[in-house]
Design a protein around this ligand. Structure first.
Ligand code: HEC
Length: 152
């Protein structure tokens, strides 16, 4: 009798961990599809930023962006793997610089109105929606430079 319930228990544990792995897998898959999916680089999002001039990577800006990332983003985001939120490497290749800056300075409005952000939120239902970090435009620019440096 006793060994019977141990077996049941073990079975339950393995089912639960299998489900965990499967859902993680599904998350990674949808993320990969997103990466492969049509480039959104034309999408500028919604917000005050209309144009961003990009040059060679500016090391000082990268450092500033890196410390903003450590302070305001790293609780939810990792660079390469899934934390509570999507990894940030690759983002600068997939999203336009204007879109990224607008999402950082105008987070709440874009979460309500921008179709790409709305579908992203659908995919990340399980985790809290990205909080508005109230970044100033020059801080958002520094974060953008940091994100670009990850994709060099
Ligand atoms: C409270 C957790 C949280 C914090 C803090 C946070 N994010 Fe997010 N972020 C998310 C979640 C969840 C998503 C996906 C759904 C969404 O957009 O709300 C996301 C999405 C994003 C995206 C779009 C990613 C993609 O794959 O298209 C970018 C870019 C981003 N965050 C950058 C940042 C930056 C930069 C900071 C810091 C200034 C930051 N986030 C802070 C949770 C967070």
């Amino acid at each position: 009798m006793k060994s019977h319930s141990i077996i049941k228990f073990l079975l339950l544990v393995s089912i639960i961990s299998f489900l965990g792995i499967a859902s993680n897998d599904a998350m990674l898959k949808s993320e990969n599809q997103q990466k492969k999916g049509a480039s959104k680089s034309e999408d500028k999002g919604i917000g005050p930023v209309k144009e961003v001039k990009l040059g060679a990577i500016d090391k000082r800006l990268v450092d500033k962006g890196n410390s903003i990332y450590n302070e305001k983003c790293s609780a939810c985001h990792n660079i390469d793997d899934v934390n509570l939120a999507p990894p940030l490497r690759g983002v600068s290749k997939r999203l336009s610089p204007v879109f990224i800056m607008n999402y950082l300075v105008n987070t709440t409005e874009m979460q309500k109105k921008d179709p790409n952000v709305i579908s992203l939120i659908q995919q990340w239902k399980k985790v809290p929606m990205m909080k508005d970090q109230h970044l100033k435009q020059n801080d958002a620019r520094a974060v953008l430079e940091f994100l670009r440096s990850l994709d060099k």
